[in-house]
Design a protein around this ligand. Structure first.
Ligand code: GRF
Length: 226
């Protein structure tokens, strides 16, 4: 099935770009019906325009409440025929009405291994805490901030001595791979929600390739003998 996607963003849109690229490469069976921003100057709008995708702006400052702004977003999404909403750097919390209009059909990407470090500046929060492993999460969205059933996570080592932006860059490179993958699973109807958790169904009669139990990431690395 070709997924009809609406992308909500507030910024540069590199995740949007990755979704576009995977669609154009033919590995993601989806069509972006509209890119919608609350920020008139979001770079993602220009990226969408270059690919002939419909863009819309609904500036939250022009509405008197979150509910009114959300209602305006919902109107755009429904008019464009959107079935699945992707939050890709959308810097506002979604209200109940919007979340309930798309049950199990809103995804978000967050630059940390949730439930650790929700909220703003997650990479910096992780670096400040001194974690040795961080990463990114794609999850279904509920009414709470950076919260909801996890679809896929990617982990990277974090180094205390590295430049502030470096961890964010390494995480972002993985974000660009896991978001399109999560969407393709949805397009193939391979995600099942049960007891608040996501189960990935095998493709046709195949097997889900779990990482081998030997696959792990330890940082700093174990030394000889451990
Ligand atoms: C990403 O780090 C994403 O995880 C977070 O916001 C950032 C958006 O980046 N939610 P971009 O606009 O897709 O480049």
């Amino acid at each position: 099935m070709t997924l009809s996607i609406g992308v909500l963003l507030s910024g540069g849109g590199s995740n949007l770009q990755s979704i576009i690229d995977h669609i154009e490469q033919g590995v993601l069976e989806a069509r972006i019906r509209v890119v919608l921003s609350n920020e008139p100057k979001a770079g993602g709008l220009e990226r969408a325009g270059k690919h002939g995708i419909q863009t819309e702006v609904r500036d939250h400052r022009s509405y008197s409440s979150r509910a009114e702004h959300d209602a305006a977003l919902l109107k755009v999404l429904q008019a464009a025929g959107v079935e699945v909403v992707c939050l890709a750097g959308y810097m506002r919390l979604l209200g109940k009405t919007l979340v309930r209009a798309y049950p199990g059909r809103i995804l978000n990407i967050h630059p940390a291994l949730l439930p650790s470090f929700p909220g703003l500046d997650a990479q910096q929060q992780a670096a400040d805490y001194g974690v040795r492993i961080s990463g990114a999460t794609v999850h279904f969205v509920d009414e709470f901030l950076d919260h909801g059933p996890v679809i896929i996570q990617a982990a990277v080592p974090a180094y205390p001595e590295e430049d502030r932006g470096e961890l964010a860059r390494r995480i972002l490179a993985l974000e660009h791979r896991i978001y399109p993958q999560a969407l393709q699973w949805l397009a193939r109807d391979r995600l099942r929600l049960a007891d608040g958790r996501v189960h990935l169904q095998p493709e046709d009669d195949g097997l889900v390739l779990d990482s081998s139990p030997q696959s792990f990431l330890v940082n700093p690395p174990l030394e000889w003998g451990f």
